[in-house]
Design a protein around this ligand. Sequence first.
Ligand code: ADP
Length: 460
Amino acid sequence: MLISYLVIGIIPLLFYSFNLSQTLQNYFEDTNEKEVLYQANKIAGSIQKADYLTDKSKQEMFWNELSEKSIEENFRIIVVDANAVVAADTNNMAIGQIYMVPEILVALAGRDEANLRKDEEAIYASAYIEDDASHKIGAVLVISSFSEVYQLISELYRKWIFMTIVIGVIIIALVVFMSQVIFDPLKNILATIKKISSGQFHQRIELKGKNEFTELGEAVNTMTQRLEEVDKSRQEFVSNVSHELKTPLSSIKVLSEAMLLQDNIPEETYKEFLLDINSEVDRMTDIVNDLLALARLENNENSLHIREVDVNKMLRDIIKRLQPLAETKNIDISFEAAKEVKVDADEVKLSLAISNLVDNGIKYTPVDGKVKVSVDADNQDCFITVQDSGIGISEQEQSRIFDRFYRVDKTRDRETGGTGLGLAITHSIIMLHNGSVKIISGEGEGATFIVRMPLKLKQD
Ligand code: ADP
């Protein structure tokens, strides 16, 4: 990460600064060479025109002029005759000597030239001087120091390098900062997720501050909590199933052992024992059947056979079927329809769901009570209400009665013969139909279950 950021950030910068300084240097070299050559030409032209080289009387004044110019422009100007003998030198050094540099030789040969001498950091520009007959009678050499430009460029270089270092430091600081602010929390979250996926559902991500990562952590924590709950309820379920099946099994064991150990048992006692065994087997069969029904509901979520169901007819059928049961307790079971209602539903399953509610209404209502089933609808939903005048359900139990095997009163329910799975089945079925179940009740106040279901089921 650090390296890639450094590469991405610094290499282009270095490349750019190198390129720019190179271009700048070329530009300066070029323009300076031209400028110095132009100056050399101008001086050569003046000398030629006024004949300063041969006419000694005018010379002095012009040489003075040249010195001034050389100081002004920071040039060294050397004038030589046809034999390369120095006639004037603004540095006053080479006068009378032969000064033979390549540029002078080239000029005396009839060609103007400008060269940059990198070792001396100077530009040498030369121009020839002619007489009227086009004979080369001398040459002008202008030497212009280039060190200032070099200094400028190296100064620029230094600044760029400084900038590069500063940017590098900023990038390093940024990466360190990011690794602490972004990568550390991410690593932390990842490590916890790994532990969670290996089955350690009690693990939680430590949340510090408030940012996107703590939000992510929160989401993971919520998910893990849910997983933990599911895992716990799975374990509970297994132990509940075992427990539920163990009770009838132990009864059967006791009854059968009693019969085996006793000799000469009267036939009636035998029958009595066998009847007991039979009812325990029935109980186990009920539990297993309900469990299978639940498992099917939970596994094949899309296996609803949806048809248009006449709800009023379905409810009347349910009541008819359960009427004999209600009669055993002298319970008045009634039906009230606000209108004819038809819903898209799996009739067999929906009928089972509502039967469970009506069955419970009868089971948990004392003798001479009332159970009322009613149906209504608005333009979206259908409402089926099962109301009883029974023992009711306290508020804190209401959230739990849909759990598998949950019973408010264990001992009584063994008498009523429930498996504790009826409401779980009802709930699953209503959920599959995208509906909901609401309970209105309180202890001793009777219970009302309101099932809401969409009239038209949009299946995905
Ligand atoms: P069960 O087979 O025991 O009836 P359910 O899942 O149908 O199991 O119901 C779970 C528990 O909810 C029951 O054991 C009972 O305690 C309570 N319950 C359900 N329906 C009613 C009701 N209409 N009135 C009072 N309590 C009820």
